[in-house]
Write a protein that binds this ligand. Structure first.
Ligand code: NAP
Length: 308
């Protein structure tokens, strides 16, 4: 079978790029825009979950059969529109649960024990002038999880040995032993640490708003590894400035890459550049599944991990 050319949107890590490049005839958007014959033959789009694929692009590619994203989030792909046009959308769920859960635990501990600040304190010699301020223990804390899905459950499983209490919020109660809250404000009121691990998109936009942050309270901390859109960032900045919450650890932001944000000015904030799944092992596994999805659609018309 002659493989149709594949349009790549966005950048991949070098090892992943090599892997995809060996498998497919990759084309850039500029090449596709400049060549109508090429545009008409594009059979797949490969991308990552932090790039936009819009309806207009899908409409311009008459031979497109699949949009394969490397990542679990698909809030930047018009899934319903693609389906209407017979284009399969696939993602790479589950493979990244461990990496994202590990980062979440790391961010929580970094926040509670002020690790970035402690590192700066030690390097700068400030230690010679006095002791580092006390942090907070994770043991005994109440941790609320907003979105107890594949990643949320892995976070909960990894948290159990830390002797915390866990509860969750979502649209529906699940067959789990953890207490369920049907109201996110009530979960925030119960929680010492609130973790967002739900999908992004219209439905969850600003789910964590000023009222939720108020309920979390002056001793409460927020960890967001979901999507920047889930948190009202302006409300978060206001809450941090007023010490209405104790701190935040954020891997995702309303505008990425983050630059010149007021969030950078707070000592009680730990930031990471959307690296939930960014380990060598995980990104290669995700790339393999993305490739397999494209090949499966080219060969059988059906994807392996199709977004419903
Ligand atoms: P998942 O298995 O689909 O779980 C999502 C959970 O969120 C479910 O428990 C779902 O429960 C809940 N949920 C869905 N819509 C909701 C709504 N409107 N309000 C409240 N809760 C809602 O997804 P996953 O694989 O765990 O991934 C979760 C998200 O993590 C992804 O969508 C992505 O945005 C993010 N993520 C981030 C990184 C990173 O690098 N930081 C990496 C991977 C993924 P109900 O159906 O009961 O509501």
């Amino acid at each position: 079978m002659t493989m149709p050319p594949v349009l790549q949107i966005g950048e991949f890590p070098a090892a992943v790029q090599t892997m995809i490049g060996e498998r497919f005839a990759l084309r850039t958007l500029a090449e596709v825009d400049a060549d109508d014959a090429l545009r008409a033959r594009i059979g797949a789009i490969v991308t990552r979950s932090n790039y936009d694929i819009d309806e207009a692009l899908i409409a311009r590619l008459p031979s497109l059969r699949i949009v394969a994203t490397s990542g679990v989030g698909f809030d930047r792909i018009p899934v319903a529109y693609a389906r209407e046009r017979g284009v399969v959308v696939t993602n790479t769920p589950d493979l990244l649960n461990a990496a994202v859960a590990e980062l979440t635990i790391g961010l929580m501990l970094a926040l509670l024990r002020r690790l970035p600040m402690a590192d700066r304190f030690t390097r700068s010699g400030a230690w010679t002038r006095g002791a580092f301020p006390l942090g907070s223990s994770l043991a005994g804390k109440r941790v609320g999880i907003v979105g107890m899905g594949r990643i949320g459950r892995e976070i909960a499983r990894r948290l159990m040995p830390f002797d915390v209490s866990i509860a969750y919020f979502g649209r529906s109660r699940q067959a789990l032993d953890f207490p369920y809250f049907s109201d996110v404000i009530e979960l925030a009121g119960w929680s010492d640490v609130l973790i967002a691990s739900c999908p992004g998109g219209r439905e969850t936009r600003h789910l964590i708003d000023a009222a939720v942050l108020d309920a979390l309270g002056p001793n409460g901390m927020l960890v967001n590894i979901a999507r920047g859109s889930v948190v009202d960032e302006a409300a978060l900045v206001t809450a941090l400035a007023r010490n209405a919450i104790a701190g935040a650890a954020l891997d995702v932001f309303e505008h990425e890459p983050l630059a010149d944000s007021p969030l950078c000015g707070f000592e009680q904030v730990v930031l990471s550049p959307h690296i939930g799944s960014a380990t060598h092992e995980t990104r290669l596994a995700m790339a393999r599944l993305m490739i397999d999805n494209v090949l499966a659609v080219f060969e059988t018309g059906k994807g392996i991990t199709v977004v419903e």
